[in-house]
Ligand binder design. Sequence first.
Ligand SMILES: Nc1ncnc2c1ncn2[C@@H]1O[C@H](COP(=O)(O)OP(=O)(O)O)[C@@H](O)[C@H]1O
Ligand SMILES: [Mg+2]
Length: 364
Amino acid sequence: MSIEIRNASKRFGDFHALRDVSLDVDSGELVALLGPSGCGKTTLLRIIAGLETADTGSILFAGEDTTDVHVRDRQVGFVFQHYALFRHMTVFENVAFGLRVKPRGLRPSETQIKAKVHDLLKLVQLDWLADRYPAQLSGGQRQRIALARALAVEPKVLLLDEPFGALDAKVRKELRRWLRRLHDELHVTSIFVTHDQEEALEVADRVVLMNSGRVEQVGSPQDVWDHPASPFVYGFLGDVNLFHGRAHEGEVHVEGIRIDSPEHRELRNGKALAYVRPHDLDIERYSPGASGIVATLSRAIVVGPIARLELEPVESNPDNPGSGTIIEAQLPAQQFRDLALAEGDTVVARPRKARVFVEDWVSP
Ligand SMILES: Nc1ncnc2c1ncn2[C@@H]1O[C@H](COP(=O)(O)OP(=O)(O)O)[C@@H](O)[C@H]1O
Ligand SMILES: [Mg+2]
């Protein structure tokens, strides 16, 4: 079932939790809502579910306005971060719950319930836990049971609010792969909330980046990574260094370095912000006359194949309010070893690639 959100706004007192949010989710799609804590993800999900109403705007399911449709009748399944299973019920009874509370006429027979619950437990690969109680399960198992329970009533829409947020990193990674495979089997229209960019980029067909109650960008994971629509999106999707410079006829000058920026061909001598990912900085040992940012290697962390460097710019550039802050660089560990650098040595850093935003862009 497709979902359309049309100009939804929501205030709590004077606080704008959502500002004019519009979004289309296609039938069968898995979309991630991604953004920092407090940006309105849960509020939007609760409005879609019917647990909360928008002050203005509307939500359409399969083209029909849902305003007057009760939560119970929206055919929505939920999984929350701390969705407590019923502690006094076995796994089997937890999953059967939604079927047992159906109105008499719609309620399946006991035999049908049994078959359905076992099918669902097989689907989440936990059939063997049917007689256990929630306290006897791991966190990851509990969330898979919560998902089976949500699926029992055959929802048309599945809403997942940071379902793996409370689990440790390794389990989270396993579960998101598992969720993706499950989605490919079931094709239930799903909205997955997370503040973890890696999780969103790995799981979703499309990613919706939210910031302060607004949608900043919607696109495929590749799209938003390659073509971030705003400095916020660029900064949120990965580690980044920010340099101040000037853009002039398609070239940006930052710390004495020239970077091509054809998309700003029209601009003459404007202020520019250059965002550089740590792995897009070239590092070499300092030699007099070398162009680039001269910095002291203050710390080098070499773990496995990657060396992470912290650099302190040597002389602060008065044009650049950003200088004085630590620059992060990343390079292959072998390349770092070949440079034979020690902490305290002086190096030169040069952006190989930058994403340039001209200053008047800064979001409203
Ligand atoms: N019922 C409420 N009453 C007052 N403020 C709320 C309520 N629900 C959410 N908020 C506020 O709205 C903002 C967005 O919340 P939320 O949607 O939970 O963000 P997210 O899920 O992205 O972390 C937060 O600042 C939160 O404190
Ligand atoms: Mg939330």
